[in-house]
Design a protein. Structure first.
Length: 256
């Protein structure tokens, strides 16, 4: 595939009939090239990261990688890694992670991210924030000019206690950006809303839908984190070190 970056260029074009999932897999496989034997590796969550996890397990099985310790960022990834036989640990035992690989919901030109539409933002931020290198893998649909600008939400993990109070406070914070804050719910089998979606940490998620960009991201982050009731938000500012994007015209690798 075509790979453009300061590091690698391989100019054969990609076939035109690739699906979005094929692109995710290409980005994931490229990221796994950064994994070396003996590393502690943060294992991301979501449909893109799952390709990276299975690729790591393939390379372990083939003897091309050895002595990897995985640090999963969700119970789902934990289950996938266990089923594939990847040795696992956690940040208590391995507080420094060599490399993490994970997807994202949005990526801006400075490699700031929105994550957590899959609900795993807290563990992801803990593991990826503790990583020497954090490689983000996306298909090109995730690239945005401003975070929160894709019409999709910026997720915030909140404690269940009086979550509607916290939801209201979050909406108030970004009224100027036309914010609507919604408690995330699990959709029942018949399509009806049933109950709040619960994170791996037993918390709820409030999704912030913004009509306009929320301005200074660091200031927005501070404001959210100062609210009692908020546990963490899904803006990952200055954490990603490398971005791998797979698009119809090839795979691009960019370092921050
Ligand atoms: C989960 C996440 C995911 O990384 C993000 O939602 C991207 O998911 P996908 O690779 O399925 O598009 O942050 O909390």
């Amino acid at each position: 595939p075509l790979v453009t970056s300061s590091v690698a260029v391989d100019s054969s074009p990609l076939p035109s009939n690739l699906t979005q999932d094929d692109l995710k897999k290409l980005a994931a496989y490229k990221a796994v090239e950064y994994v070396k034997s003996g590393m502690v590796v943060g294992l991301g969550t979501g449909s893109t990261a799952k390709h990276a996890v299975s690729r790591i397990s393939d390379l372990l099985r083939e003897g091309k990688l050895n002595d990897i310790i995985g640090i999963p960022t969700s119970t789902t990834t934990h289950e996938q890694a266990v089923s594939l036989g990847i040795p696992l640990s956690d940040l208590d035992s391995h507080p420094v992670v060599d490399l993490s690989i994970d997807g994202a919901d949005e990526v801006d030109p400075s490699l700031n991210l929105v994550k957590g539409r899959g609900g795993s933002l807290l563990r992801e931020k803990m593991v990826e924030g503790a990583s020497k290198k954090f490689v983000v893998i996306v298909d090109e649909s995730k690239l945005v000019k401003h975070l929160g600008g894709s019409g999709l939400a910026v997720p915030v993990e909140v404690v269940p206690f009086c979550c509607d109070f916290t939801r209201g406070k979050l909406e108030e914070l970004f009224r100027g950006a036309g914010c609507k804050a919604k408690l995330r719910v699990k959709i029942g089998a018949n399509g009806g809303e049933t109950a709040p979606a619960v994170t791996d940490n037993g918390n709820y998620v409030v999704d912030l839908y913004l009509e306009r960009d929320m301005g200074d991201l660091e200031a927005a982050s501070e404001k959210i984190l100062r609210l009692p009731g908020v546990v963490e938000h899904g803006m990952f500012l200055g954490i990603a070190t490398t971005l791998i994007v797979a698009g119809k015209s090839g795979v691009t690798v960019r370092d921050r």
